[in-house]
Each structure stands twice: as structure tokens, then as C-alpha cells.
Design a protein around this ligand. Sequence first.
Ligand code: AMP
Ligand code: MG
Length: 397
Amino acid sequence: MSLTPLSEALERILATAVAHPEQEQVSLNAAIGRYCAEAVNASIAVPPADNSAMDGYAVASGDVPGTLTISQRAPAGSTPAPLAAGTAARIFTGAEIPTGADAVILQEDATLESDRVSLPAAQPGQHIRRRGDDIQPGDQLVAEGQRLRAQDIGLLASVGIDTISVFAPLNVAVLTTGDELREPGSGALASGQIYNSNRFSLTAQIRALGMTVVDGGNLPDDPEQIGDALERVAEAADCIVTAGGVSVGEEDHVRGQIEERGALDVWKLAIKPGKPLAFGQVCGTPIFGLPGNPVSAFVTFALVAKPWLIRRQGGVVVPSPRFPVKAGFALPRPGTREEFLRVTLSGAGEAMRAHLTGSQSSAVMTSLSEADGVAVIAPGTTVAEGDWLEVIPLSAL
Ligand code: AMP
Ligand code: MG
């Protein structure tokens, strides 16, 4: 099988993701990272009334400059009386503007003279936040399929909403494979062993999407046990994500078991890291067989499995932003696959440079943990220092 370009593989894989219709109502405090099941519109204006943007004095702009009597005190949360003609109201940030006032003058610009205050000229409307400046009744606040971030949750709360309808979380089974793997916390490593890191990074990546992990544990490199476990989790999960065992070695049994117990639709992508990714189904349940090298598992999850999971759950897949940054390194030899290089960013504006974080081996996690982003290098391309690159921030992966 020849290598499939990422864009082509994504198109084929995403075409199989039919959205999940189930919804549930959650409190806003439990909504972070969840995907909205319906658009939400505002039923009130924000702010609900004209209010002061500053601490100072509310006046009729026609009465200033001049020295005015202070006729009332209007702190935030109070209901001010109409402004008596020719007077000023002492006012604080967030307090409603008394009717009759049309400007606020900063307290720093006022001079107090016992119960009177000397004020400079004011423009009508100055330092007043108008009713509905932020939100008008009927405005759409969030869209169906949108992922909820902290700022969206705050926006919903600002119109008095405390629960929201989101798509029900997918159940995603995670299985790792490898005789060499030992679980963190289970004691020191014996000869030949390493700790199972993919189980944790993949679980974290899935949880960050608001989805539920069905923990399938780690399996030995044994075809029967792997195949049986895949069939078992296929019943309980909407999707299976495995790590390891999809390459061409004699101990790589995951791909074989996908073929044996289901069907393999895509295998081997023209990307680096992550070439041996396999996609198919077992007992009708879609499966992403990710490569075992930790950076390959992380990157292929982010590039391929994540958009599928989002769409399947009902979310809208937003392409990761790519920012132009100049290379602070050279890549003299062109590759045959699309490459995702781990980079840190230094400097600002025109002087910003992307530097390789160190070893680009797919087994090296430190250079992923240190990275600010990945630079995307097209196949057949060389890079000279100062060339423009496209960098995807790691936070968007
Ligand atoms: P594989 O894809 O099974 O051939 O594994 C490729 C490399 O990744 C090997 O060096 C494995 O030891 C390592 N590896 C596989 N699975 C994991 C895992 N869950 N955690 C950490 N390293 C792994
Ligand atoms: Mg293995």
C-alpha cells in the first residue's frame, strides 16, 4: 500500500463521521470543552441599562464646565433618582446613569469644594456604557457545534443562563499494546521495560474534548488477546483508539487484527511523524490504530482522530490556524512526507523565528513538551534560515 497524503486521508476518514444526535443539559460550571447542541440567543440586553464606565460625576453635559451641587450618591447596584436640574451625581463604575444625566466626568478631573464640585466640559455620552452595547436581545451568543471555552461560558452567564444543551460525550476506548510497557505507579522498571505514556497522553487528549474514556488497559503483543480485546471494547465504545502495533514488525498485531476482525480502510500516511496510522472498523466500531512512538501517537491523534471525534460528537471542526513565521534553522534535505517539526518561537513581529526544539525523533517527548508549535513542511521542500514557514500553535493541535 502506498502512503496516503494527509489531506486525502482526512477527507476519506471524516466522511465516515456521522454526527451524534444525543444531547444533554449541563450546568455552565460543567460545560468547559463541551460542544453546544443548539445555538443560544440572548433574551435580554447587556448591559441592561446605561451605566457608568468610571468613578466620577454624572451630569447634564450642558451644565458644565461649572461648579455644581452634589445632589445624590449612586453606587453600583443602586437605583438612582432622576438628576435634579443643574446638579451633579457622585457616581461609581457600574452604577446606572440617573435620568437627566448624559455624561460622566472622571473623579480625577473634578475639584471638590465642600458639597459642591467644580467640573470641566464634557461631551454627551462620555464614559457611559449604553444599554445593549455588548448584547442586544435576540443576538446569537454561541452556535450549534461550537466548543465552549471559558469566555463563551462567561458570555452565556452574562445573560442569566446557567445551563446549556451540549452533545452527549462519545465513549472512546483507549488500548495500548506492548510487552515492554509498564504502568506508571506500578513500581520500578525491569530490564527491557518502559513506562506506558501514551495511555495517559491519549486519555488527556480525549478528556480535553469533553469525551469519556473507556479504559481498555495495556495488552501484550499477542494477536488473539489483542483481537479479543478489540471486539470487547467495540461493544462498549463509539470509537476505539489504540497505540502501537500498527507498523510492519512481526510483533505488530493491531493492524492484522483490524483486518481479521473488521476492515482496514486507511493505512500509512505520508506524514512524519505518524506514518503507520491505521483507520478502519472492528465489529462496526471505527478504530484509529495510532503508532506507538509517543510523538507519533500524539500528533496523529491531534491531526486525524480528533477532527473525526469532534464531528462524530456533533461539533464543528475548525481548521487549526497556521501562522507565518521565519525559520531559525535550515533543513537542507527535502523529505518525501509532509513533516510536522516541533518548534519554539522567539522574538516578535518580523524578528520572530521558529527554532527546532531539539531531536525530532518520534520517540522524544521532551521536544514536544517544550514546543510552542509545529512547523508544517511540504514534501519535497528544503528550508533555509529566514524562509517563511507555516506554524500551528500547539495549543490548537
Ligand atoms: P510500536 O508502534 O508498537 O512498534 O511501538 C513503537 C515504539 O513506541 C516502541 O519503541 C515502543 O516501545 C513505543 N511505545 C509503544 N507504545 C507505547 C506506549 N503506550 N507508551 C510509550 N511508548 C510506547
Ligand atoms: Mg509495540
